[in-house]
Design a protein around this ligand. Structure first.
Ligand SMILES: [Zn+2]
Length: 428
């Protein structure tokens, strides 16, 4: 299906990562059947993407940003307004969105007295369902076209981890989400995005999901489409956080932006100009065994002081050794939050190590900002000075401080992030 809008090129880009590992399978190629909000030129899609990320935004600013003439941009925005994708607001009445890093709009050349207007996506024109599948349960939420959660929270445990049971549980969540929206003026959901920890081929097939104990191909998107009747795509969870932040969060407009997660494991992903860097092996936890502390504990692979010391299991083990008896990660978390001396010492040590990992990322990948997320991200807030010390220890004294932001953990954010990926796909 080639529609002359640049879709073919985009599909190839999306599958580029897997092209050389997936030449002999004949699963449905992903994006070709996935619905799009509108059909139009590549410029029309580019304008819609920019308005989604930077809106509310003035036409003059948008034209400069995209290198379009005012006339060309006006024709495109008229088409987008007509298609119900964007809307026009009184420019003075709304706060403007962020702008791309390094971009300074020139003074407006609009005639004096002409009312200024700003364009933004019609957030409530569409809804999407996002699902985060964990090891034993899944959580789901409905978001609007601007990636904002508009439903209550839905959660369901998997009776077991078989693909059939996981599919059935997610299908139930999708049904609950649809019922949730049916009671509001919002339109019914357009599509479903599912985030999983592991490796996904072509936004369709899970090839490796350690937390679900799947080590064989599972055509999860196709199974979910059959079970729900809605278009569905499946994504790596950390990439989903990255894309969500790059479209609707702290990564908008940045030249390079990194996400680092700590919790059961250590996860990392990097976006350049809002797009995740593609690398075939990146969902195999490549940062998990990077050296962070030559005096740190030994991991199961035999490394001393690798990034595994930031994981919940390792922290629990370290804390048990300090207090002299077995404990759980929750025991440590409770004691650290309460400021007990041994727990505080371990929290600070962990944060210093986290800082050294952030410095390594910053020194090599050079992101403008690093977002710390994951189940144990709260530790970074407890020991934020230790995080800064850890960064400084491995950073040139004249180099700018590394900008980082800590996201309070909530699995619903991961579900929303899966929906944001579907929105990005849907806007095209
Ligand atoms: Zn290791």
């Amino acid at each position: 299906m080639v529609d002359g809008t640049g879709r073919t090129t985009q599909s190839q880009d999306a599958e580029h990562t897997d092209a050389h590992t997936d030449v002999h399978t004949n699963t449905r190629t992903d994006a070709q059947d996935f619905p799009r909000w509108f059909e139009g030129s590549e410029y029309m899609h580019r304008v819609a993407r920019a308005i989604a990320k930077y809106g509310p935004i003035a036409r003059t600013t948008l034209a400069q940003m995209l290198g379009l003439s005012q006339g060309a941009l006006s024709r495109i925005t008229s088409d987008l307004i007509h298609a119900g994708v964007i809307e026009e607001l009184p420019g003075d009445a709304v706060a403007r969105g962020p702008l791309p890093q390094g971009f300074t709009p020139r003074e407006s050349t609009e005639r004096r007295g002409r009312p200024k207007t700003a364009l933004r996506l019609r957030a409530d024109a569409r809804t999407f369902i996002g699902v985060k599948a964990q090891g034993t349960s899944a959580i789901a939420a409905v978001v609007n076209a601007h990636g904002e959660v508009v439903s209550s929270r839905h959660e369901r445990a998997f009776p077991d981890r078989s693909p059939e049971q996981v599919t059935a549980a997610i299908a139930t969540l999708v049904r609950e989400c649809r019922d949730d929206v049916a009671g509001t003026p919002l339109p019914p959901p357009t599509a479903v995005g599912v985030a999983i920890g592991g490796h996904v081929r072509g936004e369709r097939d899970v090839t490796f999901a350690p937390f679900l104990r799947w080590d064989h191909d599972v055509p999860l998107a196709a199974m979910l489409e059959r079970a729900t009747g809605l278009p569905c795509n499946v994504y790596n969870d950390i990439d989903s956080l990255l894309v969500d932040a790059s479209w609707f969060g702290p990564g908008v407009g940045l030249e390079a932006f990194a996400v680092l997660t700590i919790g059961v494991g250590v996860g990392y992903s990097l976006a350049m100009h809002g797009e995740p860097v593609t690398y075939p092996d990146k969902s195999y936890g490549l940062l998990g065994h990077v050296l962070v502390d030559p005096d740190g504990p030994r991991c199961t692979a035999g490394h001393v002081g690798c990034a595994q010391c930031l994981t919940d299991d390792s922290i629990t083990e370290q804390y048990a050794r300090m207090i002299g008896h077995a404990c759980t990660f929750d025991d440590f978390a409770r004691d650290a939050k309460a400021g007990l001396p041994l727990a505080s010492r371990l929290a600070d040590r962990t944060c210093f190590r986290l800082g050294s990992l952030i410095a390594t990322i910053a020194n090599i990948a050079m992101p403008s900002k690093v977002m710390i997320a994951g189940e144990s991200a709260f530790l970074a807030n407890i020991g934020i000075d230790a995080v800064r010390d850890g960064i400084r220890r491995y950073r040139h004294s004249q180099a700018a401080p590394v900008e980082f932001t800590v996201v309070e953990h909530d699995w619903q954010l991961w579900a929303k992030a899966a929906a944001s990926r579907v929105i990005a796909r849907y806007i095209g």
